[in-house]
Write a protein that binds this ligand. Structure first.
Ligand SMILES: [Zn+2]
Length: 102
């Protein structure tokens, strides 16, 4: 399966559903398509992807940021060490309860 997105929307704007956000019945523009190649037992298919104006801009920003020089990135994409979560989540206060038989 291939997902092709064209950063600058192509085609005519049309009212429809945004594929990315819950907006329905808004002015959308075709930003790409999902395509599957044909093969034994199934035929090639293509599903157009329509995004609203807001999401189209978001996609362009994602695209631009993905290709910024690494030196400009302020936050590293992958933190090296995971932060310990819940320091005192489980206290080990194990007391030997006397069972009554001395
Ligand atoms: Zn949207």
């Amino acid at each position: 399966m291939n997902v092709t997105l064209a950063a600058s929307g192509s085609g005519q704007p049309a009212l429809g559903d945004c594929f990315r956000c819950p907006r329905r019945g808004v002015q959308t523009i075709r930003v790409g398509e999902i395509s599957t190649p044909g093969g034994p037992g199934h035929t090639a298919a293509e599903t157009p992807l329509f995004a609203c104006r807001s999401c189209e801009q978001d996609l362009i920003v994602i695209h631009q940021r993905a290709h910024e020089p690494p030196g400009r990135r302020y936050v590293p994409a992958h933190p090296t060490d995971p932060a310990p979560s819940g320091a005192a989540a489980e206290e080990h206060q194990r007391r030997d309860t006397p069972c009554g038989t001395h």
